[in-house]
Design a protein around this ligand. Structure first.
Ligand code: ASP
Ligand code: CP
Length: 329
């Protein structure tokens, strides 16, 4: 594993599987009464978030704390950036405090890579703009493997706002590394330019894909949020217009691409539903689907802690660190 984790594409199949296997051990800890393990005692991890988060920030914090690291949260809101301090000065200041790893989220694609070039400690990308979210892809793969086993030749359908989704990009990279097939489904306006070069199929017709007419049997469906906050950008309607110019109305989007109860019935018995969260209920996913027995939404959240523990453990204790059972003995 390289020093930083910036892209899901940086992981070989062996490295990804090693993380997922380590996460399996970590997951067992979540059910224990006492959840603390000693391996990262004395280490300091800073969550540096320039964009909002519920799941990622809190799960990195819990993951670090369960491994006995000291975890500090620094967010742009409330930092001295409001006094005009630059991104570089902010990052160098935080790093100078004596940090062993930085977990960074930023709303600009490529910003986390830039930051990794400025500091000497490992940097983990917790989501950069519309680019990547590698630990989300790892927790998605973990969840899928829990339900489906080995992902070789499994067909995962990812539906929604692909254009603005760092989750989609990281998932295509990691799922294909793990041998799965991916089909991206979206209206043409929400498929990014250049998607033809990605290692996946694409479709504008969700029903054809779900019934297997367009791309064969479906083993899992991942719904993505319509990212209203990334649709402003000076376009007509602005950030407060839910559809911007990408989809005519929310209603049309829900009819064409939402996971309605009727579409839920099209899925094979074994196929789980995923959503990275936060969800727009009634838009990309109905409550019936989100709360159904095949929904993995909360399993994904749980897996997020285990996967992030595994990533922190391997990055800070080293890939050759003893298995967790030995490390915690
Ligand atoms: N929470 C995920 C992300 O930060 C997905 C989303 O926001 O829709 O990329
Ligand atoms: N899935 C995800 O990254 O959620 P948050 O934006 O709440 O961290």
């Amino acid at each position: 594993m390289s020093r930083h984790l910036l892209s899901a594409g940086d992981l070989s199949s062996d490295e990804a599987i090693a993380i997922l296997d380590a996460a399996k051990q970590m997951h067992a800890i979540q059910t224990r009464e006492v959840k603390k393990l000693p391996p990262l005692r004395g280490r300091t991890i800073v969550n540096l978030f320039f964009e909002d988060s519920t799941r990622t920030r809190s799960s990195f914090e819990i993951a670090g704390k369960w491994l006995s690291a000291d975890v500090i949260n620094v967010s742009a809101k409330g930092s001295s950036m409001s006094k005009g301090e630059s991104l570089r000065d902010t990052v160098l200041t935080v790093a100078a405090l004596g940090v062993d790893a930085l977990v960074v989220r930023h709303n600009a694609s490529g910003a986390v890579q830039r930051i990794a070039g400025w500091v000497s400690c490992p940097v983990i990308n917790a989501g950069d703009g519309t680019h990547e979210h590698p630990t989300q892809a790892l927790l998605d793969a973990y969840s899928l493997r829990e339900r489906l086993g080995d992902l070789t030749d499994r067909h995962v359908v990812i539906v929604g706002d692909i254009t603005h989704s760092r989750v989609a990009r990281s998932n295509v990279l990691l799922l294909t590394t793990l041998g799965a097939r991916v089909t991206l489904v979206a209206p043409p306006t929400l498929l990014p330019a250049g998607v033809g070069a990605w290692e996946c199929a694409t479709s504008w017709d969700l029903d054809a894909v779900l019934t297997g007419k367009a791309a064969g049997d479906v083993d899992a469906v991942m719904m993505l949020r319509v990212q209203r906050e990334r649709m402003g950008g000076g376009l007509p309607g602005g950030a407060r217009d839910p559809g911007g110019v990408f989809v005519p109305t929310e209603r049309e989007y829900a009819i064409g691409y939402g996971l309605s109860p009727a579409r839920l019935d099209l899925l094979a018995e074994h196929a789980p539903i995923l959503h990275p969260g936060p969800m727009n209920r009634g838009l990309e996913i109905s409550s019936v689907a989100a709360d159904s027995a095949r929904s993995m939404v909360l399993d994904q959240v749980q897996a997020g802690v285990a996967v992030r523990m595994a990533v922190l453990y391997r990055m800070l204790a080293g890939v050759d660190a003893p298995a967790l059972a030995e490390a915690s003995a």
